[in-house]
Design a binder for this molecule. Structure first.
Ligand SMILES: [Fe+2]
Length: 282
């Protein structure tokens, strides 16, 4: 980092890894896409201090898929925090990533994967809103009580709350029908804790932002396929191979939390605006 006071969190999401590099939906090379995202991260001028992955790590939640993912993630030299999405299975995730101690902070086996981790000046709070066997999510009363107490324990510390399902209606009908139940109750909890800088989510495979509980809630794009942008409530469910990406959350104590949308892939070298004599190139 160029400024030792700054801190960089990269957010990947919705990897949908299949074992052995099998294609998702018969056509998406999700493992290749994750490799390209990691290539991009590692080649960037600044390396993230921590990587968070906000769910749908595996496509069907099998041990083979998690083992395949685990091998790919070995390429990342910085800490990596995992959170389950609706495609994941908590018990299997915990078995394969048994050395990720934070995954057990709220229990083992089928217990929701809630955790809070200090990352430099930031606090990263994972809130598991998945409902086993269901595509939609729910903010359960027990989890909300845990979240409220966890946020109350570190007032003033800049915090990112991570959950898979965005807690707002996006306008993409087929995804909203598998959205988050109880989002209003979650919003009331978040509103009590003004040190929450962001609520960061996945699930939508594209970048969407909304005001939420006095802070900003946003989803991240996928490194592979994106959910089709169609705001007709009856639009069919589908995805497109739009440019993939991830989010870079840049914290600086003088500037707050600034989020960049980063494109995954190789788009060639940087080009100058100015010529050798300092004139804007005409
Ligand atoms: Fe997903």
């Amino acid at each position: 980092m160029t400024d030792s006071r700054s801190y960089l969190v990269a957010q990947l999401t919705d990897l949908h890894i299949k074992a052995g590099g099998k294609l998702s939906y018969g056509m998406v090379d999700t493992a290749g896409a994750l490799h390209r995202a990691i290539d991009t991260l590692l080649a960037a001028p600044q390396q993230p201090d921590t990587v968070i992955i906000t769910g749908d790590l595996a496509d069907f939640g099998s041990a083979d898929e998690y083992r395949f993912l685990r091998d790919i993630l070995q390429r990342l030299p910085m800490p990596v925090l995992l959170l389950p999405g609706n495609h994941d299975r908590r018990t299997t995730l915990r078995q394969v990533f048994a050395d990720h101690g934070y995954l057990f902070a709220n229990g083992d086996a089928e217990a929701p994967v809630h955790y809070a981790v200090d990352a430099g000046p930031l606090r990263l709070v994972g809130f598991d809103c998945t409902v086993p066997g269901k595509p939609g999510g729910r903010a359960e009363p027990d989890g909300l009580a845990w979240l409220d107490a966890t946020l109350a324990a570190t007032p003033g510390r800049p915090t990112l709350v991570m959950l898979h399902h965005p807690p707002f209606v996006t306008g993409i009908g087929h995804m909203d029908r598998q959205g988050l139940e109880n989002a209003g109750t979650l919003e009331a909890v978040i509103a009590r804790h003004p040190h929450v800088e962001r609520v960061v989510c996945g699930h939508l495979h594209r970048q969407i932002t909304r005001r939420f509980g006095g802070t900003i809630a946003m989803t991240a794009p996928g490194p592979a396929h994106q959910v089709t942008l169609d705001l007709d409530p009856d639009a069919p469910s589908g995805f497109r191979m739009e440019p993939p990406g991830y989010l870079l959350h840049w914290w600086h104590p003088a500037h707050g939390l600034v989020t960049h949308l980063a494109a995954s892939g190789d788009y060639g070298p940087a080009h100058p605006f100015f010529d050798a004599s300092g004139r804007l190139i005409d």
